[in-house]
Design a protein around this ligand. Structure first.
Ligand code: HQG
Length: 181
């Protein structure tokens, strides 16, 4: 499978495992899981056939580890980024002292006023390093890198979760805990 095809299939999987499972007849189980066989049948039935080996290639080859199989290899889920209601059953974790968020210049005035909000997703997504945040922000043009005083937030009782792929998740980041890198 070439890189272009892998990206196309990965986007199709992201769309339906995070946002619109019902559009291809899927219902996410608790934790956001779906059966691998059921997923592949649904993809084929909706014009995007994916073979088991292509699926494995997409899961293991994803730069951001967007998807994960369960321990038995019979179920799969998106690790984060959902907009559908799903409880990923993540456990609270102690964050690194500083986390990062990449965004676009146009969002800055609102972010300075209101802090970071989860917008259409379940959580605000934070990166463990400035370079990752730069890449996230670059999806929207010239990136702005914000620092998040995660240590102070954690000390104030704000709960952080770490997704399986190193993204840190939190409900919101109040403006007083934001700085510019
Ligand atoms: C911004 C991708 C105005 C926020 C990425 C961001 C990441 C505000 C946008 C993952 C705001 C939301 C998540 C406020 C936040 N006012 N704008 N108060 N608070 N924003 O896509 O963090 O490729 O939902 O800065 O790489 O950009 O999908 O979040 O610009 O890991 O796997 O509102 O998605 O990963 O955008 O990206 P998003 P994000 P995947």
């Amino acid at each position: 499978m070439d890189a272009k095809q892998a990206t196309r299939l990965s986007k199709f999987l992201s769309l339906h495992l995070r946002h619109t499972p019902a559009a291809i007849g899927l219902e996410l189980e608790e934790g956001g899981w779906v059966g691998v066989a059921e997923l592949l049948a649904a993809c084929a039935a909706h014009g995007t056939p994916i073979s088991p080996s292509e699926l494995t290639e997409i899961v293991t080859g994803s730069d951001k580890q967007r998807f994960a199989f369960d321990a038995t290899g019979t179920r799969i889920r998106a690790q984060q980024g959902h907009s559908v209601a799903v409880d990923l059953q993540l456990l609270p974790a102690v964050p690194p002292a500083i986390l990062y968020h990449g965004t676009a210049p146009a969002a800055l005035p609102a972010i300075r006023r209101e802090g970071l909000q989860k917008m259409n997703r379940h959580h605000v997504h934070l990166s463990p390093d400035a370079e990752t945040a730069r890449r996230v922000g670059a999806r929207r043009g010239q990136p702005i890198i914000l620092t998040v005083d995660a240590a102070a937030m954690h000390a104030a009782g704000i709960v952080f979760y770490e997704s399986g792929n190193g993204v840190w998740l939190v409900d919101a980041v109040p403006p007083q805990h934001l700085g510019e890198a």
